[in-house]
Design a binder for this molecule. Structure first.
Ligand code: C2O
Ligand code: CU
Ligand code: CU
Length: 541
């Protein structure tokens, strides 16, 4: 937990206990406000993430059955600094299987939350991996076979924030001006329970609710000052795509997308946020008078589809109301530049993979097939840049998400200019009906078995998902003889550069100067080792 956040929470707690004795018009006005003050998920500390069925006071005066993590919905916010290790014991206290996935994090294959790694009712398992990627707003959620949609809908999800020094140095709004907004929509019945019983139609379009919760808060509002705010938006809905904007269509700035900060803020008046995606925006309230309020909404939009007219996709819904209660205390400004990113280019791409997204009967397929836990659909050489071309031939939008790597949107057939939300490093891209979206993908974190799938969770659970395997670097054969070493690897593996170092870990790796020769189907390098034996490895170059 950052000091500023801890400070903010303590001050809030103090303010609440003092409320009855205060008589200021501002406090009385706040007490009379309709709806509920925005709640914040607790910060995670400790070792456990315990998932259990329990009840939560979502609406004042009633309780709702939920699947909570450490008793909270959304689950606690995990905060890790780049370079630190993330370790947790996941305890499944449900009466059904469970596995958690760290969405947006580059985790080793057996830590990633593949559905094959789910554990049974009452069991627990440990997760441990170093977080080496740049600062980003990520999240975690259930990824259980055929139960992802219902478990995530009932609450098994939370934020996972990565911080790094480059981001902290930017002077972006912090503390009580750095606000998470986790959007989830629910269908609420007369008993104020979250009904989950998808019909055939819901299976096809995804389960769309008519009540929006922000951080689990219905009719949420937040008291703000006239300063600059950083809002971290996560669309944690099963199927609802949001077109996020203010009712007065004021401009705001996109600072970060799924994989962290953009090179520079991008001014927008609205943006599309599909299930699974995150976006960080900077909002300036300085041109709102104290005493006014401003509504953030999901604006109505055409889905581009034709057939599913019965679905609520694209209907307007309110998100949260901001009450401008005081002059600003902050000094943050919208920075001119943020964080540089390595821009991938089409010329680096070694191949194109086409994924045709189609409706087949009542389900959606990728290249004509449904998910099979046992079938690996394709392999990706470690470190290669590839074009993943998603062609949506159906009438439903599909937010496509890959585990194990990140990408950059290259082209979107419906527009020549990519919208701000397509910029930067992405792990989830929205593919609208009739559209073809091409993404430059690279998997250079961990070899192993991963999935990619539609993040409309009803589509995912009904089989709109594929296994693929990231192939590790080829094995080196090393033969030492008098005065030197011969290192070789198969010629069939392209694009590798031999590097050497004096230590296996802790000292720098340098390219080997000798040119490899093809000898009997193997790249072969003979190297003199005048200063003693060295270590060798292959790197993409
Ligand atoms: Cu957030 Cu495989 O998903
Ligand atoms: Cu994911
Ligand atoms: Cu889909």
């Amino acid at each position: 937990m950052t000091t500023s956040r801890r400070h903010f929470l303590r001050e809030t707690a103090v303010a609440l206990t003092m409320l009855p004795s205060l008589r200021s018009p501002r406090v009385l006005a706040q007490l009379a406000r309709p709806g509920n003050a925005l709640r914040f998920p607790p910060e995670w500390s400790g070792e456990q993430l315990t998932v259990s069925r329990t009840h939560a006071a979502v609406w004042p005066g009633s309780t709702t059955e939920v699947l909570a993590i450490n008793g909270s919905v959304p689950g606690p916010t995990i905060r890790v600094r780049r370079g630190e290790e993330f370790a947790a014991r996941i305890q499944n206290q449900l009466d059904q299987p469970l596995v958690l996935h760290w969405h947006g994090l580059l985790a080793p294959e057996r830590m990633d939350g593949h559905p094959r790694d789910q554990v049974g009712a009452g069991q627990s398992y440990d997760v441990r991996f170093p977080v080496r990627q740049r600062a980003a707003t990520c999240w975690y959620h259930s990824h259980t076979d055929h139960l992802t949609a219902e478990q995530a809908y009932r609450g098994v999800a939370g934020l996972f924030l990565i911080e790094d020094p480059a981001e902290s140095a930017l002077g972006l709004p912090t503390g009580d001006h750095d606000i998470p907004l986790v959007l989830t929509d629910k269908r609420v019945n007369a008993q104020r329970q979250w009904a989950y019983a998808p019909s055939m139609m819901d299976q096809m379009s995804g389960y769309i609710g008519d009540v929006m919760l922000v951080n689990g808060t219905p009719d949420a509002w937040l008291s703000v000052d006239r300063g600059l705010y950083r809002f971290r938006l996560l669309n944690g809905s099963n199927a609802r795509i949001c077109k996020v904007g203010f009712v007065d269509s004021r401009p705001f700035w996109v600072a970060a997308t799924d994989g962290g900060l953009l090179p520079a803020p991008a001014e927008v008046r609205s943006l599309m946020l599909a299930p699974g995606q995150r976006i960080e925006v900077l909002v300036d309230f300085s041109n709102s008078e104290v005493g006014t309020s401003l509504l953030l909404v999901s604006l109505p939009f055409a889905t581009g589809g034709g057939m599913m007219g019965g679905s609520a996709q694209g209907l307007a819904i309110d998100l949260i109301r901001f009450y401008v209660d005081s002059p600003t205390t902050g000094t943050a400004q919208v920075p001119a530049v943020l964080a540089p990113i390595e821009a991938l280019s089409e010329t680096q791409a070694r191949r194109t993979r086409v994924f045709t997204l189609a409706m087949s009967g009542m389900v959606h397929t990728i290249n004509g097939r449904l998910f099979d836990m046992e079938r690996v659909e394709f392999t990706v050489p470690f470190g290669d840049v590839e074009i993943w071309e998603y062609r949506n031939t159906g009438t439903e939008p599909h937010p496509m998400h890959a585990h194990g790597g990140l990408g950059q949107v290259l082209t979107r057939s419906a527009t020549a200019v990519l919208p701000a939300e397509d910029r930067g490093w992405k792990d989830t891209v929205l593919v609208n009906p009739g559209e073809t979206v091409r993404v430059l993908m690279r998997f250079d974190a961990h070899p192993g078995l991963f999935v990619h799938h539609c993040h409309n969770l009803e589509h995912e659970d009904s089989g709109m998902m594929q296994n693929f395997e990231v192939l590790g670097p080829p094995a080196l054969a090393i033969e030492r003889e008098d005065g030197g070493v011969t290192v070789s690897w198969p010629v069939s593996s392209e694009g590798w550069r031999l590097e050497s170092s004096t230590e296996a870990v802790g000292s720098p790796w340098a390219p080997v100067a000798e040119v490899p020769l093809a000898v009997r189907q193997r790249w072969t390098v003979r190297i003199a080792e005048p200063t003693g034996p060295r270590f060798y490895r292959l790197a993409k170059g």
